[in-house]
Design a protein around this ligand. Structure first.
Ligand code: UDP
Length: 236
């Protein structure tokens, strides 16, 4: 596998071509951003943790019937994944009210939701990733009805799987964001990452935040929190 030229650089990852047109290499950075790029910083060691944690979950999810882009971990920060066309929707699943949901609906953070919920944002930085409903997504041809149904089913499967595994590690899965992609044959697969950058993890006993909210809200001990979830989930 040859790492060829960079094709994309995002806020937290770079993507490189390989000698196989169906495969790309993602390279995780320590750069952290929040509030649509307004706040910038570094979380030392984050790239390694997000790479390894994402790969751990992706391997397990594939076994559990959630097809995804994972192929092979190359190094601490680099992973080979299937090249996909990302569906321009951020898919957010919530078990407990927090963040923008709490603000939008005036609900205190930490309130357990009567059912797990799902919502979509239109993935467009210039617009600030606005909330979008299924009719809007269809009207704008961001995805088909069938694709949206598949995405919803898979997203709740991911929730059930992660919630159970994390509970065993003493972590409450509050909410998380997923992204899905299309393979060349049109199959929808889970893509992107599953990490403390994209999930809210609370210590089940103390409620302590073990995720990117420590960076967003200047709570301190950001690196410690990332290392703690890594240790609990992967035993190192
Ligand atoms: N999230 C994310 N990327 C985004 C927006 C949200 O990974 O661009 C994650 C976030 O980490 C949290 C969940 O999605 O786990 C729900 O985030 P929310 O809508 O509450 O937004 P926030 O409060 O982070 O602005």
């Amino acid at each position: 596998m040859k790492k060829l030229e960079q094709i994309y650089e995002g806020k937290a990852k770079k993507v490189f071509k390989t000698d196989d047109p169906n495969l790309v290499i993602v390279d995780y950075k320590d750069d952290a951003t929040a509030f649509n790029g307004e706040k910038k910083g570094t979380i030392v060691g984050k790239g390694v943790i997000n790479n390894k944690m994402t790969n751990h979950f992706m391997r397990e999810l594939a076994q559990a019937g959630v097809p995804n882009h994972y192929v092979e971990e190359l190094s601490d920060r680099e992973t080979v994944v299937k090249a996909v066309k990302i569906v321009p929707l951020e898919v957010i699943v919530r078990n407990i009210a927090a963040g923008s949901f709490s603000k939008r609906y005036g609900v205190e953070e930490g309130r357990k939701l009567a059912i797990s919920t799902i919502e979509f944002s239109y993935k467009d930085d210039a617009l600030g990733d606005p909330l979008i409903n299924e009719y809007h997504a269809l009207a704008l041809e961001l995805a088909t009805k069938e694709e949206i149904e598949t995405i919803k089913t898979l997203a709740f499967k991911v929730n059930d799987f992660l919630k159970a595994e994390l509970l065993e590690c003493g972590i409450t899965l509050v909410d998380f964001k997923l992204e899905f992609g299309r393979l060349p044959d049109g199959t929808i697969v889970l893509a992107d990452e599953i990490s403390p950058d994209t999930c809210r993890f609370w210590d089940s006993k103390t409620g302590e935040k073990l995720d990117k909210d420590r960076f967003r809200r200047d709570l301190g001990h950001v690196e410690d929190a990332y290392q703690e979830v890594m240790r609990r989930i992967m035993g190192k």
